[in-house]
Design a protein around this ligand. Structure first.
Ligand SMILES: NC(=O)c1ccc[n+]([C@@H]2O[C@H](COP(=O)([O-])OP(=O)(O)OC[C@H]3O[C@@H](n4cnc5c(N)ncnc54)[C@H](OP(=O)(O)O)[C@@H]3O)[C@@H](O)[C@H]2O)c1
Length: 220
């Protein structure tokens, strides 16, 4: 059995993040830190999980990263930047000013601040897995916020990899997964709606637990 590691997951209370947490708890012996807005019953009942409340939309400091580094100073840390939002989905020109600020706070500013602090404090044994998307590299009509936020964090991580070669960094496109994010896309009025309706209708969405296993298999 290899040494215990600490997996830190943002947004571990639903969707892919919850599946990552479930896989780690049921299939491995590692620790999990859930940086999420909501605690799940297992977060309280399972000794290997540490829940820390984190709302990226209102993140005002990065103290939680110091707490994690203090608590898990003997373990390697694998930080998974998973939490993200896709709404609002509108054509450019239709966003309200405050929507734009809120979107980039949650999807770029807060994740980048947390990763920056972690890199500052964890001098060795750090891996950063950024859950990215094909949308980081491909323009999709009405997805300007999601595409540009994913591209920004991708590039931040690419530069991190050359700034700090001792940190293992991966941008991971998890594929199309059966989560709330896909429901939100199907409930929107984007021009490519039929493509996403067909993926779901034809059973072509990955189950979150299968996507989680694929992502984690090389790191456990
Ligand atoms: N689903 C797909 O087809 C697909 C494809 C490519 C990439 N991805 C990426 O996979 C990752 C997970 O997405 P998903 O499909 O699991 O979507 P999801 O079901 O909508 O889950 C999104 C996660 O982000 C969290 N979150 C949202 N706003 C937050 C905030 N302000 N503070 C903290 N956490 C917040 C949510 O927490 P709550 O439970 O509290 O809302 C939830 O855990 C995302 O990075 C997404 O871009 C998904």
């Amino acid at each position: 059995m290899n040494r215990k590691k600490c997996f830190v997951i943002t947004g571990a209370s639903s969707g892919l993040g919850k599946a990552l947490k479930d896989f780690l708890i049921s299939e491995t012996h590692h620790f999990v830190v859930s940086l999420s807005r909501r605690a799940e019953p297992e977060d309280i009942s399972t000794e290997r999980i540490w829940f820390s409340y984190c709302d990226l939309a209102s993140l005002d400091n990065t103290d939680v990263i110091k707490d994690i580094c203090d608590k898990y100073q003997d373990e390697d840390i694998i930080y998974i930047n998973n939490a993200a939002t896709i709404l609002p989905l509108h054509g450019v020109g239709c966003f309200k000013d405050d929507e734009l600020a809120a979107y980039f706070k949650t999807n770029v500013e807060a994740p980048v601040r947390l990763i920056n602090e972690l890199v500052a404090l964890k001098k060795k044994g750090l891996t950063v897995l950024n859950i990215s998307s094909g949308a980081a590299k491909r323009a999709i009509s009405h997805w300007s916020l999601y595409c540009s936020a994913k591209a920004a964090v991708n590039m931040f991580c690419d530069v991190l990899a050359i700034d700090r070669p001792e940190v293992i960094v991966r941008n991971i496109d998890p594929g199309v997964i059966n989560t709330r994010m896909q429901s939100q896309i199907r409930e929107s009025n984007i021009p490519d709606l039929q493509i996403f309706a067909d993926l779901s209708g034809n059973d072509q969405l990955k189950e979150p637990i299968d996507a989680a296993r694929e992502i984690l298999i090389d790191f456990v």
